[in-house]
Design a protein. Structure first.
Length: 112
């Protein structure tokens, strides 16, 4: 079960890999549009995956996005729209615990 900030909003961490060089634009857009409170960019990751029957390798960056359950669908749809991949990774993980003040800030930052 996800932890709530006291307002009833569940905090989520969303993971999304992106091609090198595209993380800043995507991160800035989703923060600016208040779909999330914060995006951390982990540079220089290598991904190995199966695509169309072949094992592929890609140089990518990982977006670690802090948002709420209520904003997830809009965030997911926007990431798909901004992303160059046919099937981008968009995985939401519930926050089990956290600093209450931080979780409140996440919720307040996502609200319009």
């Amino acid at each position: 079960m996800a932890i709530q900030d006291g307002s009833g909003e569940d905090a989520l961490v969303v993971l999304c890999t992106v091609p090198v060089g595209q993380s800043d634009s995507i991160a800035h857009t989703i923060v600016d549009e208040r779909l999330c409170a914060c995006v951390n960019v982990a540079p220089s990751i290598r991904s190995f995956y199966r695509w169309k029957g072949e094992v592929e390798t890609a140089a990518e960056e990982l977006l670690v996005v802090k948002t709420t359950a209520g904003a997830f669908e809009l965030l997911r749809d926007r990431l798909v729209e901004l992303h160059p991949y046919d099937v981008p990774e968009v995985i939401a993980v519930s926050v089990a615990a956290g600093l209450p003040a931080y979780l409140s800030w996440v919720v307040d930052s996502v609200r319009p």
